[in-house]
Design a binder for this molecule. Sequence first.
Ligand code: IPD
Ligand code: CA
Ligand code: CA
Ligand code: CA
Length: 263
Amino acid sequence: MIGKAHPFFPYLKAMLEAAHLARGIHAYYLEKGFTQGTKSGPTDLVTQADREAEEAIKALLLERFPEAGFLGEEGGSEGGKEVRFIVDPLDGTVNYAHGFPFYGVSLALEVEGKVQVGVVMDTSRGEAFYAVRGEGAYLNGRPIRVTERKELLGSLLATGFPYDVAQDPENLVYFGRALKRGLLVRRPGAAALDLAYVAAGRLEGFWEVKLNPWDVAAGWLLVEEAGGRVTDLEGKPYRLGHRYIVATNGWIHQALLEALLRD
Ligand code: IPD
Ligand code: CA
Ligand code: CA
Ligand code: CA
C-alpha cells in the first residue's frame, strides 16, 4: 500500500474519490438513459455521462487542489501546467453507449511534465487500478505485476483504432501484420483499461496509434510501475503526445515492435 505520509497520497486519495464519483455518474445515466451527440464524425460519440463525469471530477479535484491545472477530454485545458490533472471522464464511450461493459475513467497527476500518480477504474466492475511513481501498481489494494510470458506467439495483445481511421490508416497495416503472424489480438475499445490490463497481467501487450494524453497518461504509469515497458514504435521511451504507444510486459517488447514494423 502507498503510505499516508507519501507526498502524493492526498492526490491519490482525491483521485480515487473522483473515480468513484465518475462510477456513480456512469451507472446513473446507464440506468436512467442519456442524451448523446457526435464530435469529429458519426461514430465519435459523446454522452451526458462523459460531460457530467468530467464536470464532477474537475470540481472535486480543483476544490481540493486549487493550484492545479486540468486537462480533460471534454473541456480542454485550463490553469497551471506545473501540477495538472489529465482526465478522461469516460474512456470507452462507444462501449458505454451500447451497454457493452468495458469502459471506465482515467485520471493522472502530472508534476513538472512527469506523471506521478495514475488511476484507471473499470466503472462497470468497480476495479480500481492505481500507481504512484516508485511505489508499484495496485488493483483494489493488491499489488499487480505484468506477466512473465516470453513468447510473442501465444501472448494476448490488444489494440484500438482512431474514429477517423480512413484519415489515419496506419494501424490497419500493423493490425494486418499481427493477424497474419497468427498473433492473438483483441480490440476491447477502452485504451486506458487496455493499459491497465497489461499492468495487471491480463494482456501481454497493447499498441495504438494517435491516442491523446487523457487516454494514456495514467495507464502508462500503471504499466511501468507493474514492471512493464512503454515505448514508441521505434522502441524509444514513450512521451505524452507521441503518435505511437507500445506497452508490454517487457519480455515480448522487441518481438512485438519487429512484428508490427515488418511484413
Ligand atoms: C477511445 C477509446 C478507444 C480508442 C480510441 C479512443 P473514448 O476513447 O480509448 O479504445 O481506440 O482511440 O479515442 O473516446 O472512448 O474516450
Ligand atoms: Ca471520446
Ligand atoms: Ca479515451
Ligand atoms: Ca473519453
